[in-house]
Design a protein around this ligand. Structure first.
Ligand code: 2RA
Length: 331
């Protein structure tokens, strides 16, 4: 069954990766419609053997036969246009943060809570990249050992900020920072992603905490987070400390991660084997290493988790949600 699919934000970093992933996965598209801001409207994009002209997004853009729309154009565009698309019968998969914590809106990672898509009312939210790569391995451990507490420490690539973040790092490396980040990002680490809130946490830290609870549908989880921007071009790395209710055997825990859909275990420290952002670039899996017991806890583990934040963290997860819509016959 082929569908008519729209992409909103088609010329951005994630938008362009949507196209790459859709093509790689042979997503069954009949007609494709590409939308952007007026700034990029008119540009040409090749998909498959055809060339497409990007149209300016307007309130009438969805007055045509479209079944699915993938959005990655910022919260304000999603706030205004996702409901318009949904009102025309389009199922929207939104990569922005705007709708994620809305009770009516499913927040989905296909390897973790695929069934949640069945509750959609027209809009489905794609979680934050740093949340997605964490919950894929944690789901297996939560099911087996019941998570009590999680401590997230992230080391996030500048591609998470889009082209402006990459530019500030690359130009900063040659002594010409653009001033996009509040401090020099080259040769530096900034404990500041998104904006600070009243309680001293950044919105990025609050996203990881709130989104993890929603995805697991478990609001008893104790979670804290520190999210840091690092001078890495692409790929987020995370140190995750987990405390369990139940005891575990380390070998069995590692085996359960190896058997988890979407997870690749890279863990042989004696031979310097552990995941790094460079190794995981352009991949869709979540890579886990440095798996070791936290001896300061009755039952705890430390993990090092790495994934491509533009692919599994955004574009691929969104396309996988669209695939779920097809497999569940929801479009
Ligand atoms: C970042 N997770 O890394 C945020 C949004 N992509 O900047």
């Amino acid at each position: 069954k082929k569908v008519n699919l729209a992409i909103v934000g088609a010329t951005g970093m994630v938008g362009r990766t949507f196209l790459k992933v859709l093509e790689e996965r042979n997503f069954p598209i009949d007609n494709l419609y590409l939308f952007s801001s007026s700034r990029s409207a008119g540009s040409k994009v090749t998909f498959g053997e055809k060339e497409y002209v990007v149209e300016e997004l307007t309130e009438n853009s969805f007055d045509r036969d479209i079944q699915i729309a993938l959005f990655s154009a910022g919260g304000e565009i999603s706030k205004k246009f996702a409901p318009i698309a949904a009102s025309k019968g389009v199922v929207v998969v939104d990569n922005s943060s705007y709708w994620r914590m809305n009770k009516e809106i499913p927040l989905v990672v296909p390897e973790v809570n695929p069934e949640a898509v069945k509750d959609h009312k027209g809009i489905i939210a794609n979680p934050n990249c740093s949340t997605i790569q964490a919950v894929v391995p944690l789901k297996t451990l939560h099911d087996k050992y019941k998570i009590k507490r999680v401590v997230y420490s992230t080391y996030q690539a500048v591609s998470g900020s889009g082209v402006k973040g990459v530019e500030d790092l690359e130009k900063g490396m040659t002594g010409n920072p653009t001033g996009f980040y509040p401090h020099q990002i080259s040769y530096n680490c900034l404990p500041h992603i998104d904006s600070f809130t009243e309680n001293g946490y950044t919105k990025e830290e609050i996203k990881m905490i709130d989104e993890t609870m929603k995805i697991f549908n478990d609001y008893n989880l104790k979670i804290t987070a520190t999210t840091v921007r690092v001078p890495v071009k692409n790929g987020h790395s995370e140190s995750i400390n987990v405390e369990f209710e139940k005891q575990f055997e380390l070998d069995e825990l590692v085996e359960s991660l190896k058997n988890t859909d979407g997870v690749v275990v890279m863990d042989d420290p004696k031979n310097n084997v552990y995941p790094t952002a460079v190794d995981c670039n352009d991949r869709d899996e979540v890579f886990v290493g440095r798996i070791r017991r936290d001896f300061s806890l009755d039952s705890g583990i430390n993990l090092w988790v790495v994934a491509d934040n533009i692919r599994k963290g955004a574009a691929t997860n969104t396309v996988q949600i669209a695939e779920l819509l097809l497999s569940y016959d929801l479009v």
